[in-house]
Ligand binder design. Structure first.
Ligand SMILES: Cc1cc2nc3c(=O)[nH]c(=O)nc-3n(C[C@H](O)[C@H](O)[C@H](O)COP(=O)(O)OP(=O)(O)OC[C@H]3O[C@@H](n4cnc5c(N)ncnc54)[C@H](O)[C@@H]3O)c2cc1C
Length: 234
């Protein structure tokens, strides 16, 4: 399954299988405070719709690239809130081909009950809240501020690793001496060590850097960093 592809890494040799891309499964509508969106709908478009109708709930996701389906799989968000906080129902097809409407699905830090499962998310229902435009604007500016210290160029996938409980993955990578580490055209960001910058065109090189980080952090601190990025087919 591929949404916007913002959080996947696929080997240079390619992927031996069928890829379902949800880019054309777009569209959304409002029923009062409830926003119903097809799974390929871009997060940014849904945020714009909610702002236009003075509805609050999605502001913390501003600047996160991707589709709403990918966001639900990953429980995308920031310290101000994650998509799981406002999901009412998720509609999906399971591996037996059964269409299921699931109310109040389970979410955890950068994950959901759907992550790693063989499912096709088709539609998501979000419960938003009426709010004044000032309130919404304030929440948006806080969320935008968070992005100030994050590298924007070149291509990357946001945070590479999940933060271990009450620790910062970026700090551990930095303490392991890997901030700025460069392998071929791939660099651990000198600004924020949990970001990997791709100046080239090789997923295998990025994978090498991911492994190097995991090995070094494990050797030094006995901590296994878990990738936040979805490594498909490695
Ligand atoms: C610059 C940048 C900044 C980012 N900042 C943040 C951030 O602040 N917070 C955060 O949480 N994330 C962040 N991300 C990561 C990413 O944007 C989110 O994880 C986003 O939700 C991924 O959506 P996507 O559509 O691109 O999913 P994809 O990358 O396409 O897919 C992600 C996973 O979901 C699965 N999937 C996608 N759609 C479906 C579907 N319809 N049915 C079943 N499975 C599906 C895929 O198989 C894959 O396993 C950032 C990424 C970038 C590049």
């Amino acid at each position: 399954m591929l949404g916007n592809g913002s959080k996947v890494l696929i080997p240079d040799r390619g992927f031996d299988g069928v890829v379902i891309y949800t880019g054309r499964l777009k569209g959304s509508f409002l029923e009062g405070n409830i926003l119903i969106a097809e799974s390929g709908s871009p997060i940014g478009e849904l945020i714009s719709i909610s702002i236009k109708h003075n509805l609050s709930g999605l502001e913390s996701l501003v600047g996160i690239p991707g589709s709403i389906g990918g966001a639900v799989i990953m429980n995308a968000g920031t310290r101000y809130g994650s998509i799981g906080d406002i999901v009412e129902t998720v509609e999906f097809i399971n591996s037996e081909g059964t269409y299921i409407v699931k109310s109040s699905p389970y979410f955890e830090y950068r994950g959901s009950e759907f992550r790693g499962e063989r499912v096709v998310l088709t539609r998501v229902t979000l419960r938003l809240k009426g709010a004044s435009s000032d309130e919404i604007r304030e929440k948006l500016s806080l969320a935008v501020l968070l992005r100030k210290n994050q590298p924007k160029y070149p291509r990357q996938f946001g945070s590479t690793f999940k933060n271990p409980p009450s620790m910062s993955a970026g700090r551990l990578i930095e303490e392991a001496g890997l901030k700025g580490f460069t392998y071929r055209n791939v660099q651990v960001s000198p600004v924020h060590a949990n970001f990997i910058l791709n100046f080239g065109n090789s997923a295998d090189d990025i994978y090498y850097v991911i492994n190097t980080i995991q090995d070094r952090v494990y050797r030094l601190f006995d901590i296994k960093l878990e990738p936040e990025v979805n490594l498909i087919g490695f």
